[in-house]
Design a protein. Sequence first.
Length: 256
Amino acid sequence: MSETSFTDIFTQQKRWRIIDEPICCNPIQALEQDFALLKEVAQTKRGATARIWETTQCLVATRKETRFPNYDQACQQLKQEHWPVIVRDSGGTAVPLQQGIINLAIIFPQRIDQAFDLDTVYIALCEPIKRALSQIGLNAEYGSTEGSYCDGRYNLNVGGLKITGTAQKIMLSPPNNKNIKQGVLAQAMLMVDVDAENGTHWVNRFYRLAGNDRRFKPEVATSLIDLVDPAQQPEEFTAFIRSLIIEELKKLTLSR
């Protein structure tokens, strides 16, 4: 895959809006915002948008997982334990979200004459993160991570440990005079300043309570805070990483 193939996603848009959101105390609202933006893009009411955000503690399950035999009971129990369960429309498995996990979304219109495949979109999503991490001396690589939740070929791993999971969704556009065929949403979650093993513990607890036998390995994931020399960590480490990602997004979206 050549570099120009993914940079075209950025440069072939008239302009990009970058939304740097404060931490949201309503996880449902935070998650739904990505899909609201996707709908606006698909309906040609909005142009290309990148959104970076965090939210308070929750577990995000898929529609498929709501059919687990004890799903409702699991939700009740986890809510009491301060891990409320919310539902997303994209696939994969349940994932934890909380302050210290950065979420990045790129949402853009795809014209009929553009041929951006899934791999190209994933690279466009992950490159700002990869480039930001290189600034703090971390070499992130693409690849699946055996035993991790929400596994995929476009995880980002450092030293074989998962730091980022990714997902995609498209929404077809209604007939329009702008030659737009669909809106594209790509999402990444980056574990920055959290206990990654504990996050996997809560995903496994959800599965156990909901009556599903699947389990994931806590030791295959990590957080950036555990990979960087403590002496070199800024006081507001997550905010610092957010600023690096935004810096790289601006370089890509402003380049022509």
